[in-house]
Design a protein around this ligand. Structure first.
Ligand code: SF4
Length: 320
């Protein structure tokens, strides 16, 4: 069952150089209990999409339009007060990139986990503390951690705290923006195992944002590949890993180091485009080895060459 349906979402920023088309016509469905991995190089619009979903927008937004449909409500059109009252943290929460480094250093972490319940839900402090202790236990933290300050915790423990904060109001969807990028590999594996456990036990839907396609495939049921503000391919994790269709997805996979083969990772030629003035036609065409005349002129539509897999590439169109 579809829980969140994103249709033709656009988010442009006003800058001195012109409009930055950070998110430009994104469509994505998130099902109940589904983990959707959103992958792509930095600057492709992943974080902007996350901020757009939860409607946490910077002051220089010039265009914010489309549909983000949750229970018949379009978050894009909801006034800020309604988003705060009904959606943000209650239905959809987010673990921001680097969030563990911005915990308040002079407040005990248990209170920081409980704070949204006290401030936003008007809960009695003792009850909020009890709920916070339960959430901390759920994310694998010992009870005595409640009274510690952030500097007394390891990186992995701090990340568990921010995950507990994201879960405190029992949201149905959690957005995780590069949740393990600041952690070393063994702690990264522990956090990934925790996220898989939470997904299963709570039937939680997740949007897992990362530049690391291999890491995303570890938890994702479905994966969406972003390039220059657009989702250029979406399919099941298996489809994307085994039969990637878009030339950019293929390059991303070839750029990933493999443990089991002697193949060296390849690099992706060129650089991501300037989102103030993206290339005409297919935005990937200056870097694509399959480029055709049509690619330079016309933006590809979304084709569905196999069931469940959608790709924005003229290689799969009738006009080929
Ligand atoms: Fe390459 Fe053309 Fe497909 Fe773009 S539309 S990825 S340029 S083949």
């Amino acid at each position: 069952m579809t829980l969140l349906r994103i249709s033709d979402l656009k988010l442009y920023y006003k800058t001195l150089r012109g409009l930055v088309r950070a998110v430009d016509g994104v469509d994505l469905d998130i099902e109940v209990g589904e983990a959707v991995g959103v992958v792509g190089e930095s600057g492709c619009g992943k974080t902007s999409m996350a901020n757009a979903i939860i409607k946490m927008l910077p002051s220089n937004v010039a265009v914010y339009q489309g549909r983000i449909n949750l229970d018949g409500l379009n978050i894009v059109d909801l006034p800020e007060a309604e988003v705060r009252r009904r959606i943000r943290w209650r239905e959809i929460s987010i673990v921001f990139q680097g969030a563990m480094n911005v915990l308040n250093p002079v407040i005990k972490v248990g209170h920081q986990v409980a704070e949204p319940l006290i401030i936003h839900a008007g809960m009695d402090k003792d009850v909020a503390y009890r709920v916070a202790r339960e959430k901390m236990k759920l994310v694998g933290l010992h009870e005595e951690v409640f009274n510690r300050y952030p500097h007394e915790l390891s990186g992995g423990m701090k990340q568990r705290i921010v995950i507990a904060m994201a879960l405190i109001m029992n949201p149905r969807i959690v957005i995780l923006d590069e949740p393990t990028s600041a952690l070393d590999v063994s702690i990264q594996a522990q956090i990934m195992n925790l996220l898989k456990k939470l997904k299963k036990e709570l039937s939680l839907s997740m949007i897992f944002i990362t530049h690391d396609i291999a890491l995303a495939s570890d938890i994702s049921d479905k994966m969406a590949v972003m390039y220059a503000g657009q989702i250029i391919e979406v399919g099941s994790a298996e489809q994307l890993l085994l039969t990637p269709m878009h030339p950019y997805t293929q390059k991303l996979l070839k750029a990933t180091p493999r443990l089991t083969s002697g193949e060296k990772p390849e690099f992706i030629p060129g650089a991501p485009p300037d989102l103030v003035d993206p290339p005409k036609g297919c935005r990937f065409h200056p870097r694509c080895s399959y480029v055709m005349d049509i690619c330079r002129e016309k933006e590809p539509i979304k084709f569905e060459p196999t069931k469940g897999q959608k790709v924005m590439c003229w290689l799969y169109g009738e006009s080929r």
